[in-house]
Design a protein around this ligand. Structure first.
Ligand code: 9UX
Length: 72
C-alpha cells in the first residue's frame, strides 16, 4: 500500500542538510520517494505502508540529527 506523509522538519540550516535527509530517506527499504524542502522546512515522503510506518521515518530523520513531526 502506497502511503504519503508530510513532516515538519526542524534543525536544517543549509542546503546540504535537506540533501542529507533526502538521501538518507531515499536509501531506506520501503521509501518510494522522499523530497525535502529547505525553505518550507517540510518533507514529503511516499512509502510502502506494509514495509514501514511514519514513526519509522521520523526516527530516521531524528537519527540523522534533525527534528521531525507530522505536519498538522
Ligand atoms: Mo550544512 Mo546541515 O554545513 O546538517 S549540512 S548545516
Amino acid at each position: 500500500v502506497t502511503e504519503k506523509t508530510e513532516l515538519d522538519i526542524t534543525g536544517m540550516t543549509c542546503a546540504a542538510c535537506s540533501t542529507r535527509i533526502e538521501k538518507g530517506l531515499n536509501r531506506i527499504d520501503g521509501v518510494i520517494k522522499a523530497n525535502v524542502n529547505l525553505a518550507l522546512e517540510k518533507a514529503t515522503i511516499e512509502f510502502n505502508g506494509s514495509v514501514l510506518s511514519t514513526a519509522d521515518i521520523i526516527k530516521k530523520v531524528e537519527n540523522l540529527g534533525y527534528g521531525a513531526k507530522i505536519k498538522e
